[in-house]
Design a binder for this molecule. Structure first.
Ligand SMILES: [Fe+2]
Length: 312
């Protein structure tokens, strides 16, 4: 009587009137069970089961439900071409790191060079010669000379990897957050040479607070959490035949290594940013102290696929 004609059309889906709280979850799962895509069925069903179980576990009130929906809406409203609050939220609850570690290092079985993408990667970083500088407008701070190798799982160098590099300035701002920096400052694209190496000249990055003027900031304040990330440089390595390597290398003397607001630090990703107070400078005009970083990445065999850029 009360069923819609759509519910009867193919004879598979039988809707029903909800008789009580126990009916809701199975009825919703039943309603979604006709999705032809098996993976969609699996993911959507588990999502609904866990969301409903979550509401039951905490005995969610209507006022709390309203806060949750408002929070979700505000994540969308805070997101634009220059800022991605959705990724920031996933990062700040450890979801990005969880998914990253589950999907890399032989599906989480072994150590991995991968880390979360974060919200600041941009497409089309300027192609820069090996050993060239990514400082594109005056950026005061200690100079940094980075030298990296990329190897495969057997230790053989991988030539021809396109590597995007991006980092914050010594005051902790990415160029897209800071009008005083040139477009694409502290960003660059390199290609590994025949020995699988690339390098560049930059300035030592600083740690920074994630943006706290949106709903994620409200969450951090309510949880008495600081908003800081330890200083790091981001790397994205791309070559057909290899799983795209998305990672960060952290500055080893940073006070927030053990309390990264987005849980991105693994032991493997703490770099040896070595301070030099004397000796021959690596280039003319370099004033002590300067820093060097040598780091070797391992790329796993797999599919080369670029992520969706979080910002434009
Ligand atoms: Fe970052």
């Amino acid at each position: 009587m009360a069923t819609s004609s759509a519910a009867l059309e193919d004879g598979v889906f039988k809707g029903r009137i909800i008789e009580g709280v126990a009916d809701v979850t199975p009825t919703v799962i039943n309603a979604m069970a006709r999705a032809p895509n098996a993976r969609l069925r699996e993911v959507a069903e588990a999502f609904v089961r866990h969301m409903h179980a979550f509401a039951r576990e905490v005995n969610l009130s209507e006022a709390e439900y309203d806060i949750g929906v408002d929070f979700l809406n505000r994540i969308g409203q805070a997101t634009n071409d220059h800022h991605n609050e959705g990724i920031l939220f996933a990062d700040a609850i450890g979801f990005s790191t969880l998914v990253c570690l589950m999907n890399n290092g032989n599906q989480g079985a072994t150590e991995t060079a991968a880390a979360l993408l974060g919200p600041f990667w941009r497409m089309n970083s300027p192609r820069t010669d090996n050993s060239g500088s990514i400082v594109r407008s005056p950026t005061p701070g200690p100079e940094l000379f980075v030298s990296c190798a990329i190897k495969d799982a057997k230790g053989a160098p991988i030539a021809g990897v396109e590597v995007d590099v991006w980092q914050s300035s010594p005051v902790g701002l990415y160029e897209n957050q800071d009008d005083t920096q040139a477009d694409m400052n502290l960003r660059g694209k390199f290609v590994t040479d025949a020995d699988g190496r690339f390098g560049f000249r930059s300035v030592k990055p600083a740690g920074y607070p994630v943006p706290t003027d949106g709903p994620v900031g409200d969450m951090l304040r309510a949880q008495k959490r600081h908003p800081y990330r330890p200083a790091h440089i981001h790397f994205l390595g791309f070559k057909p035949g290899y799983k795209t390597l998305i990672t960060q290398v952290f500055v080893d003397d940073d006070e927030y290594l053990e309390s990264d607001v987005v849980f991105g630090v693994t032991r493997h990703l703490v770099g040896d940013y070595r301070r030099h107070d004397n000796g021959a400078p690596p280039a003319a005009g370099v004033v002590a102290p300067w820093y060097t970083l040598d780091y070797t990445f391992v790329m796993e065999a797999g599919e080369a696929k670029l992520p969706v850029p979080p910002i434009k």
